[in-house]
Structures are given as C-alpha cells and as structure tokens.
Design a protein around this ligand. Structure first.
Ligand SMILES: [Zn+2]
Ligand SMILES: [Zn+2]
Length: 251
C-alpha cells in the first residue's frame, strides 16, 4: 500500500478520534488556516521527499559518481532485527537534531514554522519548513548509508513515525499510562509547544520515542495543558504558507 493511502487512513482515524475524545477546546472542521494546513500536509508528505530524492541523485551523479559509503551493514539481516536497531538509532539522531533546531538561532528561524501552531490538532504534525528537512536529511545521510536498511523496514518506520506524530499533536485526552516513558504522547508534546509566558521552554524534544527526554532530563509533563502555545512575537508572525516559507530568509 502506498504511503499516501496510509497517511489518508491514519489522518481520518485521528479526525474521528479527536471528535470522540477531545482534550481541549475543539476547532471546527472548517477553520482559519485550514488551507495552509492542507498545503503543508500535501507538500511535506508527497512532494518534499521526491524533490530531495531528485536533487540528491543529481548531486551524487555530478560530484560523486561512486557512492562514498556503501557498507550496507544491515540489509541482509532479518527485518525484525533491522527495525529493532533502526528505531532507537534514528529516533535518537532525530531527537538530537530537534535539540539543535531549538538551540541554534539560524535553525530556530526555520523550526519556528512548526511552533507557529496556536490551536494544536493532529494536522499540526505536518506544519514544518522544508529547510528543517534539509538539516534532518544531512544529519541522517551517513548513518543511513553505512547501515543500509531494507526499503520495507524504512517504510514501516515511516508509518510508525506518522502514527505517533499524529497522536502526539492530536487534541486527544487518550493517554498511554506507563507507556508514556517509551512513546511520545499529546500530554507530553503540548508542553513542547507552550508559549514562554506559561512555562519552561526547550522541553520534550521527543519525536517518536520519549525515552531520550526522560533519560536526559528534558521531560516535562504537568497534568494540565498550557494556557497558550507559540513563541514571543507570534502575534506578528506570518499566517500563511508563503509568508512562513519566506520568513527564515528575511531577517
Ligand atoms: Zn520543536
Ligand atoms: Zn510539534
């Protein structure tokens, strides 16, 4: 089944679940910013990967006719073993990149797009600038090339990331009990998006696994959600996709 079909099914499931078990004030289905959110999900899920694949392939042909690293250490291993190694290795790398996106001023300009969500629901998972994917891809290139996972394993890792990404951003009061120490949850991730006026910042960098935040002391999870989301100056931040794409380059 192609990724777009999975994405559509997972998204519909979260639209329904948010209506059955909402946690905070519920947004209407037709709401402000919906067009931008739809453009983000379509572009970031379908076209961004394709554009990067084409550009990367061109660059490799131009500058690197023989691939630099083709060790493929994992590709002959059973799928379950590949998945068991891929999940913590890639998730930790992404957790570290997410830290850098917050702590490095030039990278924060790009990541601000994701933090411009003020009414969080599942689709907020897809609001991010294409520039931050350049950073993630660059950081992941060498480990991916060295380990060389099977495409099917990478695909199902992507599906798990999508499910947990939607869940962590969803306006859902469904919690995971003690599994919160392993997986990211809405109760945890909402405190990654809080406005600095109403709580500490630079907490809960988890992407799929929450264990890194618990281990490294960045977990923060009060029982109630924050009063307000965003960042300082969000009042004047562009509201549409074109303005948000341009914003990191303007100052
Ligand atoms: Zn962030
Ligand atoms: Zn988020």
């Amino acid at each position: 089944m192609v990724y777009a079909v999975w994405l559509f099914g997972i998204s519909i499931a979260f639209v329904v679940a948010e209506r059955i078990w909402p946690w905070r004030r519920q947004q209407g289905l037709l709401r402000a910013g919906l067009l931008s959110d739809i453009l983000y999900i379509v572009f970031n899920s379908e076209y961004l990967g394709m554009i990067f694949a084409v550009v990367t392939a061109r660059l490799l042909v131009l500058y690197n006719p023989e691939p630099l690293i083709t060790l493929n250490l994992m590709s002959s291993k059973p799928y379950w073993l590949q998945f068991a190694i891929l999940l913590p290795a890639f998730d930790f790398a992404q957790w570290a990149v997410h830290n850098a996106l917050h702590r490095t001023p030039i990278l924060w300009r790009f990541h601000k797009v994701h933090h411009s969500v003020v009414d969080m629901d599942w689709i907020g998972n897809w609001r991010f600038h294409w520039g931050e994917i350049v950073v993630y891809r660059a950081a992941m290139y060498v480990p991916t090339a060295i380990l060389g996972f099977a495409p099917a394993v990478l695909f199902y890792y992507g599906i798990l990331n999508t499910i947990i990404g939607h869940y962590a951003h969803a306006n859902l009061r469904v919690s995971l009990g003690p599994l919160k120490y392993i997986l990211n949850t809405p109760q945890m991730h909402i405190w990654h998006h809080n406005h600095p006026d109403c709580g500490p910042i630079n907490k809960n960098f988890a992407i799929t696994l929450s264990i890194w935040d618990w281990i490294f002391g960045t977990a923060y999870m009060p029982a109630k959600p924050p009063e307000r989301l965003g960042f300082e100056g969000i009042e004047t931040y562009p509201k549409n996709i074109a303005g948000q794409w341009l914003q990191p380059f303007l100052k």
